[in-house]
Design a protein around this ligand. Structure first.
Ligand SMILES: [Zn+2]
Ligand SMILES: [Zn+2]
Length: 282
């Protein structure tokens, strides 16, 4: 459980937000208006990039065009109120047919490729369980090793500014109902691939993402504290995000997430600005 705090925010931003162009519920304008009302200094959009297989949640190539155009025009329209950024959430299975100059790239993995089909990691607990049973003989730790390895390879081999929800496979694992996150094999896998990322990209930013706290009632953000502590010890950086798919989630549990970072050893968190990511002491 993370601690509750009244108000320790003096700087607000969120670089992980979605809109109706992918699986979000609000328009970009609605998200920006809400961010202005909440006193944000910056909001970054990270629509799900089009994918190389049919799905219902990522942008189509056509929507990506509209997204890029609209966010960039809103950036100008709102320039005196808030800094707006046009980023993208790239998945290892992305497919983009045109060149775009995104302000930043958030890299994530949401699928596992099985022998006969592709499984979603974060759609339902049943689908992930089916994947583990069919592809890994019911061994959750083998699945975890492959997931972390795929994410780390994607982050290292591609341009990445922010690592998305590092332990997304824990989304449905409230109270360890699917597997034991204290299992040494599991923790070894997670830390091995955190180390691999930081060995190759020492100052990379990992997000501390409250999305599953808002959507599923999870008690802590991604990633788990043992992972966050390693990220801190290795000198990499963090930014707090909510993976917002609606206005209500925009700054959900941000103060608590900051305190969570502090308790894991961080002295600062990082915010997206026009001069790149800048540091806020916490
Ligand atoms: Zn994601
Ligand atoms: Zn997202």
């Amino acid at each position: 459980m993370i601690e509750k705090v009244d108000n320790m925010t003096n700087f607000k931003s969120n670089c992980h937000t979605h809109t109706v162009y992918c699986d979000g519920k609000n328009t970009a304008r609605e998200m920006i208006d809400c961010a202005v009302k909440k006193g944000f200094s910056a909001i970054g959009f990270s629509g799900h990039a089009p994918m190389n297989f049919s799905n219902t949640w990522a942008m189509t190539q056509e929507n990506l065009d509209k997204y890029f155009f609209e966010i960039n025009s809103l950036k100008k329209e709102y320039a005196d109120k808030i800094d707006v950024f046009c980023g993208i959430e790239l998945d290892a299975d992305y497919e983009i047919n045109k060149e775009y100059s995104f302000d930043y790239i958030l890299s994530s993995v949401h699928q596992i490729h099985g022998k006969k089909r592709i499984y979603s990691i974060d759609y339902t607990a049943e689908e992930l369980t089916e994947c583990v049973n069919a592809e890994y003989d019911g061994d959750w730790y083998k699945m975890a090793e492959e997931y972390f390895k795929n994410l780390a390879a994607f982050v290292v081999d591609n341009k990445t500014d922010v690592v998305g929800h590092f332990d997304l496979i824990t989304k449905f694992n409230r109270s360890g109902c699917l597997f034991d996150e204290n299992n040494p094999e599991y923790q070894k896998s997670a830390l091995r691939w955190v180390d691999y990322i930081i060995d190759n990209k020492p100052y990379i930013i990992f997000e501390v993402n409250t999305g599953a706290m808002f959507r599923c009632g999870n008690e802590t953000p991604y990633p788990a504290s043992f992972i966050l502590k390693r990220i801190c010890e290795r000198g990499a950086r963090v930014t707090v995000t909510s993976d917002a798919h609606c206005t209500e989630a925009l700054d959900y549990m941000f103060d608590e997430a900051k305190l969570y970072c502090k308790n894991c050893g961080f002295k600062s968190i990082w915010h997206l600005t026009k001069s790149g990511f800048i540091e806020e002491k916490i």
